[in-house]
Design a protein around this ligand. Sequence first.
Ligand SMILES: *[C@@H]1O[C@H](CO)[C@@H](O)[C@H](O)[C@H]1NC(C)=O
Ligand SMILES: *[C@@H]1O[C@H](CO)[C@@H](O)[C@H](O)[C@H]1NC(C)=O
Ligand SMILES: *[C@@H]1O[C@H](CO)[C@@H](O)[C@H](O)[C@H]1NC(C)=O
Ligand SMILES: *[C@@H]1O[C@H](CO)[C@@H](O)[C@H](O)[C@H]1NC(C)=O
Ligand SMILES: *[C@@H]1O[C@H](CO)[C@@H](O)[C@H](O)[C@H]1NC(C)=O
Ligand SMILES: *[C@@H]1O[C@H](CO)[C@@H](O)[C@H](O)[C@H]1NC(C)=O
Length: 480
Amino acid sequence: MQLRSLVSAFVLSAGLAQAASSSNSSTPSITVKGNAFFNSESGQRFYIRGVDYQPGGSSNLTDPLADASICDRDVPVLKDLGINTIRVYTVDNSQDHTHCMNLLQDNGIYLILDVNTPTSAISRFDPACSYNSDYLQNVFATIDAFADYSNVLGFFAGNEVINSVNTTNTATYVKAVVRDMKKYIKARKYRQIPVGYSAADIVGNRQLAAEYFNCGDDADARIDMFGVNDYSWCGESSLVVSGYALKMKLYEDYSVPVFLSEFGCNQVKSSRPFTEIEAIYSTQMSSVFSGGLVYEYSNETNNYGLVQINGDKVTKLTDFENLKNEYGKVSDPRGDGGYSTSYNYSTCPEYEKNVWEANNTLPEMPSAASVYFKSGAGSPMGTGIATQQSCDSKDDDEDDEDTSSSSSVSSSSESSSSTSKVSSSSSSSSSASISETSLVKSAASATSSSQSSSKSKGAAGVTKIPLVFRAFAELYNLIL
Ligand SMILES: *[C@@H]1O[C@H](CO)[C@@H](O)[C@H](O)[C@H]1NC(C)=O
Ligand SMILES: *[C@@H]1O[C@H](CO)[C@@H](O)[C@H](O)[C@H]1NC(C)=O
Ligand SMILES: *[C@@H]1O[C@H](CO)[C@@H](O)[C@H](O)[C@H]1NC(C)=O
Ligand SMILES: *[C@@H]1O[C@H](CO)[C@@H](O)[C@H](O)[C@H]1NC(C)=O
Ligand SMILES: *[C@@H]1O[C@H](CO)[C@@H](O)[C@H](O)[C@H]1NC(C)=O
Ligand SMILES: *[C@@H]1O[C@H](CO)[C@@H](O)[C@H](O)[C@H]1NC(C)=O
């Protein structure tokens, strides 16, 4: 399929030079070759050994990379865990990140950054409207704020925007965002930073989504890396029982790097043993997967933490010790791990009503955003900006709570300094994402079969969600 390349003219005409990238020998930039990551200096294959990192969670949404006291507290703990990458779901692009980014660099830790915020994202209910120039300004300003750090491994254009069988139409707009981000990075002459998508594990469309984001003749519109949020390995398991073997098959000839952008099923009796580490970094998986990130660093209401945070105190939980022990035991595969450069990009899935409703002709970028290609995104607007104000919201009337069994977690509704800048309705949206997190995680993990995650919302462990919060979660495609 022919996809548009409307802004290539700006790529050529971009006259303003960028500051040289800050390079730091402890974190040389990571590049993509075939279906794997490589250290640009040593030439060694790079496997993500990471954790998802958003202390405060979504009830107290805080930019953890803008606060020296937070990263000074946490980076030594991350170092002790033995990781090389964190993923952060939302930041405030108007803040200064120098201290924390340098601290991460000093400790050899890379960053995968999601570019969305609770109020600036592609909406599931009105994706076309939410794909607007205010939104793109926010995305581009986030790129501007981070592109010069050599330890930015990549950006995620979206997280679990497709989270059901009836949200596949959003993919058209998320893919347009991927395209716009890649063109923007080129136009601004930043280093070639990988742009990807982090997918929910939805049985009905996981393969279609993987193909769609990596299909078509327009290389700018195809992702550079694919993250899969996958909770299918629970407790003591195996490649076959967990369903990892099926995932290997599914992505075996995928042409760009695939990794687990969230893993760590918590449907276990006590602490998580993290035996999947041995599988993920084995030669059995390294030809297809490039590591992954454990969900998540801090213990929030959904109970996935490795550490418990109390003010400036961090208590390492048994999960932390178990994971550290596994990382310590398991080294990366030797050599190139069997990666391949010989796979072609995917064939675009056809539009099919109720199955795959994304369009292979992407919308043109909103024309008002073109100016950013020439002169940069300008002032970052931070997390207070709401880019969906003019969109038709169905929020209050939506009732999509299809299950209600065995609820336990309730949303807390404390608002943080960042969320309190926005309207009160938006601050309830920040609570919603906790619930959504619990729902998605529980849905994915409450089942022993990797094939049934999207059907399992009635299973034990599912959170009862106040309808209004649930609606906001749906509306805003929140973090985590
Ligand atoms: C929210 O996070 C900030 C930054 O860590 C912290 O100072 C504040 O106490 C937190 N608020 C609540 C209600 O936990
Ligand atoms: C990495 O950058 C930091 C901050 O600029 C600096 O303190 C540190 O010495 C650098 N490390 C190396 C190995 O160059
Ligand atoms: C994690 O936080 C949840 C909710 O606050 C709490 O119920 C649970 O006990 C905590 N887990 C640990 C291991 O401290
Ligand atoms: C890759 O696939 C596309 C479309 O399916 C095809 O046009 C192209 O020739 C293929 N490229 C290679 C190198 O096989
Ligand atoms: C796909 O996008 C094109 C161009 O925007 C539009 O004309 C067409 O109606 C769309 N098709 C579907 C099925 O949405
Ligand atoms: C998807 O379907 C569910 C269940 O029928 C519904 O509640 C939800 O609002 C739908 N989402 C969208 C974006 O249409």
